[in-house]
Design a protein around this ligand. Structure first.
Ligand code: AMP
Ligand code: MG
Length: 270
């Protein structure tokens, strides 16, 4: 676990993303084959942990995935949770808010999707878009996004005090890696559908996005809802780190199957 703590952002630290290497290979510098085996083992472990989470119905878990386009938010969902019983998982993607959503406060649509007992909810994008894309595109004032950091901290603390375990991941790729991944989407007819011209607009604002991410992560990483900055230029290593961190957090919940109010040995089936 100590090896994994290096990905966690301490409360009140000032994040400079230039100091976080998206190619960092530690602590999993082993070869890809070994990495795959390890990931498979972790996926099975996650399946078992989620099974108890579901049976116990005591804890609730929220995973927040953020990152630039192509950073691997969908990829993490697909590979890290592939063994988990879909009944215990809720995946919620947040896109451009609808008119109904825009006419409420920005946390309205988020809170409605907060995790329930026994479930793991994954946010593919989240309320953080409301201090990222809207800030970078000047859709809200400086005063408004500044205030939101405190609002988000309080909101997440409330969820935590009400029993939620919250883990936030920023999938950190660099601009060069993104170019290659977007190019692949253009070159491969089966990936064409993933290309969105809007991604190029965000790409052109890369520096501004990194600044917005740095501020968001610095201001909202807290013991009750820590941020992790995941080196994500390499996909299997990215998955391995995320899976390890989630498995570790679930393991620490010391979950148990519920106590029975009957003796299974005394049950006779005709
Ligand atoms: P995707 O994740 O590729 O489906 O894209 C979703 C798009 O919705 C991204 O361009 C996000 O920046 C955008 N988006 C998500 N949340 C918000 C928000 N609160 N305000 C504006 N745009 C958003
Ligand atoms: Mg996209």
């Amino acid at each position: 676990m100590n090896d994994l703590l290096r990905f966690r952002v301490k409360e009140d630290s000032k994040v400079n993303l230039d100091e976080w290497d998206p190619d960092d290979t530690r602590p999993f510098s082993d070869d890809k084959e070994q990495g795959r085996d390890r990931l498979q083992h972790l996926c099975s472990l996650l399946r078992d942990l989620q099974e108890v989470l579901y049976a116990e119905r005591k804890h609730k878990v929220l995973i927040v995935l953020q990152g630039m386009d192509t950073a691997g938010k969908d990829g993490v969902i697909k590979s890290v949770f592939k063994e988990v019983n879909p009944q215990g998982l809720v995946i919620k993607s947040f896109g451009v808010p609808s008119e109904e959503e825009l006419s409420r406060d920005y946390l309205w649509r988020i809170h409605k999707n907060a995790p329930e007992k026994g479930k793991i909810t994954i946010f593919n994008r989240s309320h953080y878009e409301d201090v990222l894309v809207v800030r970078v595109n000047g859709l809200i004032s400086h005063e408004t996004w500044k205030k939101r950091y405190v609002q988000i901290r309080d909101f997440e603390r409330t969820l935590h005090e009400e029993g939620a375990t919250i883990l936030k991941f920023f999938l950190h790729i660099d601009k060069k890696e993104q170019k290659e991944r977007i190019q692949k989407r253009l070159d491969d007819p089966e990936k064409n559908w993933k290309f969105n011209p809007g991604d190029l607009k965000a790409r052109a604002l890369w520096r501004e996005y990194m600044k917005a991410y740095e501020d968001a992560i610095s201001n909202t990483s807290a013991p009750w809802a820590p941020w992790h900055i995941i080196p994500a230029n390499n996909k299997w290593r990215r998955d391995l780190i995320v899976a390890s961190l989630i498995a570790d957090a679930l393991d620490q919940l010391n979950m148990k199957y519920p106590k029975l109010d009957f003796d299974p040995k005394g049950v006779v089936i005709d």
